[in-house]
Design a protein around this ligand. Sequence first.
Ligand code: RB5
Length: 155
Amino acid sequence: MPRPVIAFACDHGGFPLKARLLVALEAAGCDVLDLGTESTAPVDYPDYAAALGRAIIEKRAARGVLVCGSGVGASVAANKLPGIRAALCHDSFSARQGVEDDDCNVLCLGARVVGPELAADLVDIWLKARFSGAARHVRRLEKIRQLETNALTFK
Ligand code: RB5
């Protein structure tokens, strides 16, 4: 069984969680595509959200973990990319159900909100979750795809 590739990216606000989350991803049997950043020097989170989203769209990674200070800016930016379903989850129920029901492919976290052990648990729960494939959820995802298509043409 090939190891899944999970992309990881953070801005300076998210950097304090990076080392712990890379350990969590590797411990869960994933290969990590590390897209930075590499320090707490200020950067712009949309650049990192774009790099991570692009890696998923181009199938260089199956899913991604994206961290900023609050997780809010990262999730807003990532959700602008077609096919990206990013969710800010600071509780286990959302981390699991966001995949089971909504096929969330990017987990966003806020390093100024959750500590490293909770963040690592959330990554683990999210990684283990699988989309249910239930007809009602497939139908809703198709409606999201239509929203993306219509947005591109300002409908
Ligand atoms: C950076 O200071 C901070 O704004 C960013 O990490 C994030 O919290 C944005 O939502």
